[in-house]
Design a protein. Structure first.
Length: 730
């Protein structure tokens, strides 16, 4: 190659340099049949490898790492993984330790607990100086920590992130990454992400229908991507996807759709970092990462392949070789040299001209395509507005035929009947694939009409939390209105709580876990879901229990949705259940999150006592449960409220704390009641200040006139002055 050809090549590369490609991150360690860590990194496909998972930590537990068959920490440690880890780093791959996961036993009990765990991570896996014999991965030093928190509470992970970053400032840098679920904000990682300390965030755009890809619909995932990239302060945000259809319940994106339709849209964000895949095992089976490498180039020897060699330039783009001219003199040689420079300048100018012309043409085509797309979008929007609501619902959840549900329930037989809900019977069913489901068939004479039915479908489809019952599908065939839910093996809380024989099956530990779980579910509805939701009918029969007696809130047919700027609303249509409704809602129709707080307080007192609020607990005076709890509290005899079956298993401090919180929740005025954030904090005993003393509860029946308020207040809050028809309660 002549010097002129070389110069031409350099200029060409400067003008048409190929941009650095995006990265692929992968989770490794959860299948013993997947490739080794060494083979994973040597494949050259991945920029980040997350070792999954350290899934036991916090609350005084000895942390444990679980790499599913690759090694056994309990027997001989995982030190053999260490040399492979170092090889990965030598290849330029960053290796992270992922904490949490979808199974395990982990949570942080306090800020001090977070500090202790951060010190453990630093000394055991990062740049600390602990003896390598105590390090599960030997002397290898990981690049950082990945937060994949899917269980427990959201508390103190923000503190953990701060402590880890502080260690990184005094030693080797600690990279922080996180894997939130795509509903924004993530209920468990939202607070931690708000710290702005995370380098990469790989959002899991799967197993969440409202914000994932569905066939022929990219709007959900694109809109959710925009929400995340515009709201989260992180260096890079990755598109988290399953590497195969079998890797997740839903959300798989075919490679051609990803490359052709989705990536061109989301890569417009300056925060786009690449694609995160679950998991290495499934990627081996499907070859997914290899299919999308046109977008995400592999890492080679620590750097991205971003500039081709000069030999890779097509011959047609190289200038023709110079003719074999014999120089006649120094002037002739000089003229020849000048002539070459002229040709070079002309060639460069021609290339620039062609490039600019091509760019203008492409911009013109893009503008025309954009205008066409906008026209089509408007047409599609107009058509969508004319569609019936059933069509919209079918895109959120599965549509079942009436015949298939009749077969699943043995033609809605009495033997399959689980119980009677507020709007109709609930049946146990079995789908053709063997999955057990709960099928709620609305009665034609029920109070829930089409409006409530559609409200329940659209609302639950948008809510994703472990403490909320999962809606699987629906049926709207003819006059039928049917909802299909996940099946909860232990029915509802009232089935145990108010049965003399069965209540012994739920000891204090189980009851306290139910209290905490319901509180977490309400906190999500009020604060962390995309929409502020007031349930309006929280009660024991609407708390379902799974096979492990974990609670899930159900029945959203009466729920009220609030806009971002709304805090309360007034309604003339009062729905709910006697004994659980707050005074301002039952009497004046004022709905707010404090409406649910009141209901939660009643439920909490019922769980502690094993008694129903509407029953009478005094032979001489009509004293309900709220009144009984208040009387005992004022007389410093609150422990007498506890269910007799719990005396042997309960913690006195926890019981008193629960009664205290319950009475705070049922206070007369809404402004005096705590938010669910404060309730969760008080229940976990992590509030920095002791709870305030409770004021007089609202809406309870007293012992006598000598303890009553002024007559007009008694009239205002007397349950006896209300009829069921006025309240429209059930």
């Amino acid at each position: 190659m002549t010097k002129h050809q070389f110069l031409f090549s350099v200029v060409f590369l400067a003008l048409f340099q190929i941009p650095i490609a995006s990265a692929i991150a992968i989770y490794w360690g959860q299948n013993g049949n997947e490739a080794t860590l060494n083979e994973t990194c040597a494949s050259g496909r991945y920029s980040y490898v997350n070792l999954a998972f350290l899934n036991k930590f916090g609350n005084g537990q000895t942390p444990e790492i679980n790499l599913a068959g690759h090694c056994n920490p309990a027997v001989n440690g995982c030190s053999a993984v260490g040399p492979e880890l170092k090889l990965c780093q030598n290849l330029g791959v960053k290796v992270m330790l992922s904490i949490g996961g979808g199974a395990g036993n982990y949570s942080l009990a306090s800020r001090e607990d977070a500090k202790i765990f951060a010190r453990y991570l630093w000394n055991t896996f990062l740049g600390g100086n602990s003896n390598s014999s105590f390090r599960p991965l030997g002397s290898a030093v990981l690049d950082g920590i990945d937060f994949d928190i899917e269980l427990g509470s959201s508390l103190y992970y923000d503190d953990l992130a701060k402590y880890l970053k502080d260690y990184g400032r005094i030693g080797k840098k600690v990279y922080l990454t996180a894997a939130p679920q795509c509903p924004f904000p993530d209920s468990l990682l939202g607070t931690a992400l708000n710290t702005g300390l995370f380098d990469n965030v790989w959002v899991q755009f799967y197993n969440n229908p409202p914000c994932q890809y569905t066939p022929n619909n990219t709007d959900n995932i694109e809109n959710s991507w925009i929400r995340w990239t515009s709201s989260v302060n992180a260096t890079r945000i990755f598109l988290g996807l399953p590497a195969a259809p079998q890797a997740a319940g839903s959300g798989f994106i075919p490679a051609d759709v990803l490359i052709g339709e989705i990536l061109p849209v989301i890569k417009k964000s300056s925060k786009y970092g690449g694609v995160m895949l679950w998991s290495r095992f499934w990627d081996e089976q499907s070859g997914y990462s290899a299919s999308i490498r046109e977008d995400s180039e592999p890492i080679r020897n620590g750097s991205a392949r971003n500039v081709p060699s000069t030999s890779s330039i097509p011959p047609a783009l190289s200038p023709a070789p110079s003719p074999n001219l014999t120089p006649r003199s120094s002037d002739s040689s000089q003229r020849t040299s000048i002539k070459w420079w002229i040709w070079l300048i002309v060639a460069i100018g021609l290339i620039i001209f062609v490039g600019i012309s091509s760019l203008c043409y492409l911009l013109h085509r893009k503008g025309k395509a954009k205008a066409t797309a906008l026209l089509l979008l408007n047409q599609t929007t107009n058509r969508a507005k004319r569609r019936k609501m059933d069509k919209k619902m079918s895109e959120e959840v599965q549509l079942y035929s009436f015949e298939s549900l009749a077969i699943a329930t043995n033609n809605f037989s009495l033997g399959n009947k689980l119980g009677e809900g507020g709007f109709g019977p609930v049946y146990k069913g079995k789908l053709p694939d063997g999955q057990e489901v709960a099928i709620k068939r609305l009665s034609t004479s029920s109070g829930q009409g089409l409006l409530e039915f559609k409200n329940e479908i659209l609302l639950i489809a948008k809510l994703q939390h472990t403490k909320l019952v999962r809606l699987l599908g629906y049926c709207t065939q003819g006059e039928e209105r049917i909802l299909v839910y996940e099946y909860m093996h232990n029915k509802s809380l009232d089935f145990f709580l108010f049965d003399t024989n069965k209540k012994e099956q739920i000891n204090w530990g189980t009851r306290f876990r139910i209290i905490e779980g319901v509180a977490q579910g309400l906190l999500y509805l009020h604060k962390y879901s995309r929409l502020t939701v007031v349930h309006r009918d929280l009660k024991a029969s609407n708390i379902l229990l799974d096979s492990d007696m974990n609670p899930k809130i159900s029945d959203f047919g009466m729920a009220r949705i609030f806009g971002q700027q709304e805090s309360e609303a007034n309604t003339k249509r009062i729905v709910g259940t006697h004994g659980y409704m707050s005074p301002e809602y039952a009497l004046r129709g004022i709905v707010s999150t404090k409406t649910d707080v009141f209901s939660f307080g009643v439920l909490l007192l019922e769980i502690v006592s094993g008694k129903k609020n509407n029953s009478c607990y005094d032979s001489e005076h009509p004293l309900n449960l709220i009144g009984l709890a208040w009387e005992l509290w004022r007389e410093e005899r609150a422990l007498e409220l506890i269910d007799a079956t719990l005396i042997e298993s309960c913690s006195r401090d926890e019981v008193l704390r629960c009664i205290h919180v319950g009475l705070l929740c049922v206070q007369d005025y809404a402004k005096d009641r705590p938010s669910m954030s404060s309730v969760v904090s008080m229940l976990t005993n992590e509030s920095r200040q002791p709870p305030p003393p409770p004021e007089r509860p609202g809406f309870f029946i007293e012992r006598g006139d000598q303890q009553s308020r002024r007559s007009e207040e008694a009239e205002r809050y007397s349950i006896n002055g209300l009829s069921i028809s006025e309240l429209k309660a059930r």
